[in-house]
Write a new protein. Structure first.
Length: 504
């Protein structure tokens, strides 16, 4: 009898108690997150060393489990929601999103077909159409939700491959006398282009990257020359991947000009708008969507600029039936057509069968803030980015390394003014700074980022632009205020004044 009573889930009263305690913990975490150290300085293996590694053969109380979470897990993560975490892109957590994730966990539905969860399927269709309208995409575009832009881009390139080499789904690429296909993108595009090419059998060596212009945008002349060269050498141009909001600088490729080249050569145009496409929600930024209507596919990650908790990526395809025809395995007569309002089985639109109920969190966030609320928050991050750029311009020791297009600022310490001792570089004024080697200045810029990150008070990234190491700040956290940005700027200035750089 005792064994029978121990079966089933935890007692309802214990679950309710823990749920209330967890709700308070989450609320406290959010309210006081700015007081936490952003990231640990532990060596690899430090987390495992603090945990019991024996397999849990007998039950452990939730109190003991939560104690380990508080003691080991939480101090061992990088707190992306911290207002002074200014690395990568904003991958922000919002209160509506957290509540939605809790509901999603409780429902635990599989959104693979309409019948396995009608609400999940129809809510995904609704949310995708809302977002399509905000992006200004024509009605012939329809979408599907994946986890990340890397997976979205892979699926888009797979459809491009099927269009260029029909029946590859059935027969594959080998043994058919097909030409070597080429995919074109800039030297600022994301590495997911190569990963997508690997996954669909094109191969990473057939990704043609070429230099960008002075503003880190795709050089259209270089694109045209590379395509013409490949044609002369019997390669088959397959697709161009243009970017709206590149990883390093948030630059925007000239989509209308690229689209014209794609039409001339009957190439697929995929737009990677994972970060930057969200800017289209601002009426004053409608310039960003120029040429989108000419694309074959576009990806946007609402978990970046649009405040939906990670992970949520939306791929839009013109005539999305092409995606279904590539990946659906059930007989076609079992499927209805795609228009909104009829049965859709989203498992047919990609390699994944089981699918999370991701639409709920986007639905809650979009409704809780509205387009106006989302736009207002994005607008404030743009304000902060331009404010930081003004501070950089006014400080003779720094220079901007790229135009500020969105909530990303790339800048560099140039050696003007005075700095602390770093590997033999001491008190370099403007004249002596010109004599300092580029390598030493690169090292100093890298050291600034390393010292700040090691402090646990802020978190930045560095990148390489035109062979130079530069610092990079990404703004997009819903909790970040002007004061938080000022705090980080002061930390950077303290570093170059020698308070930290002079330390070994």
């Amino acid at each position: 009898m005792k064994d029978r009573q121990s079966l089933g889930d935890l007692p309802a009263e214990e679950f309710r108690k823990q749920l209330h305690e967890l709700a308070d913990w989450i609320a406290d975490y959010r309210e006081h997150i700015a007081e936490r150290r952003i990231a640990p300085n532990d060596r690899p293996g430090a987390i495992l060393a603090q945990l019991d590694r024996t397999t849990p053969e007998t039950a452990v109380s939730l109190d003991e489990i939560f104690a380990d979470i508080e003691r080991v897990i939480v101090p061992g993560v990088a707190h992306w929601a911290h207002p002074q975490f200014m690395s990568y892109f904003g991958c922000t957590t919002t209160s509506p999103g957290i509540l939605a994730e809790m509901i999603t966990g409780a429902l635990n539905v599989n959104a693979m077909t309409w019948r396995t969860s009608p609400a999940a399927t129809e809510l995904e269709t609704l949310v995708l159409d809302w977002l399509r309208q905000w992006l200004g995409l024509p009605n012939e575009f329809a979408g599907v939700v994946y986890d990340t832009a890397s997976i979205s881009t892979m699926h888009a390139l797979a459809v491009a491959r099927e269009q260029a080499a029909p029946n590859t789904r059935k027969f594959g690429l080998s043994g058919r006398g097909l030409p070597a296909f080429r995919i074109y993108t800039s030297d600022q595009a994301h590495s997911s282009v190569e990963k997508g090419a690997i996954a669909i059998g094109i191969g990473e060596d057939n990704i043609q990257r070429f230099p960008t212009d002075a503003e880190f945008r795709m050089n259209v002349s270089a694109l045209r020359e590379m395509i013409e060269s490949d044609l002369r050498n019997s390669f088959k141009p397959l697709a161009v991947v243009a970017t709206v909001g590149t990883t390093s600088t948030a630059s925007v490729d000239p989509i209308p000009e690229i689209a014209r080249i794609c039409r001339e050569h009957k190439m697929w145009l995929h737009i990677d708008g994972a970060y930057g496409a969200g800017l289209a929600l601002l009426p004053e930024c409608n310039w960003v969507s120029a040429g989108w209507s000419e694309a074959d596919s576009i990806v946007i990650n609402p978990h970046k600029m649009l405040f939906v908790p990670f992970d949520f990526s939306a791929l839009y395809v013109r005539d999305i039936g092409r995606l279904r025809r590539l990946f659906a395995l059930a007989p076609e007569h079992l499927h209805l057509r795609d228009p909104i309002g009829v049965e859709i089985n989203y498992m047919d639109y990609g390699v994944q069968l089981g699918r999370r109920f991701r639409a709920l969190k986007a639905w809650m966030v979009f409704r809780a803030f509205g387009r106006e609320g989302l736009a207002a928050r994005i607008r404030d991050h743009l304000r902060l980015a331009n404010l930081l750029a003004d501070w950089i311009r006014k400080d003779r020791r720094f220079e901007l390394s790229a135009p500020v297009m969105m909530g990303v600022v790339c800048f560099r310490f140039t050696g003007a003014g005075k700095i602390g001792t770093v590997a033999g570089v001491a008190d370099a004024g403007r004249q002596s700074a010109t004599a300092a080697t580029t390598d030493k200045l690169d090292m100093i810029n890298s050291k600034i980022v390393e010292h700040i990150n090691a402090s646990g008070r802020a978190y930045l990234t560095q990148t390489n632009l035109r062979g130079r190491t530069v610092m990079r700040i990404g703004l997009g956290n819903i909790l970040t205020t002007e004061q938080h940005l000022r705090n980080v700027w002061e930390m950077i200035r303290d570093e170059v004044e020698g308070r930290a750089l002079s330390r070994p």
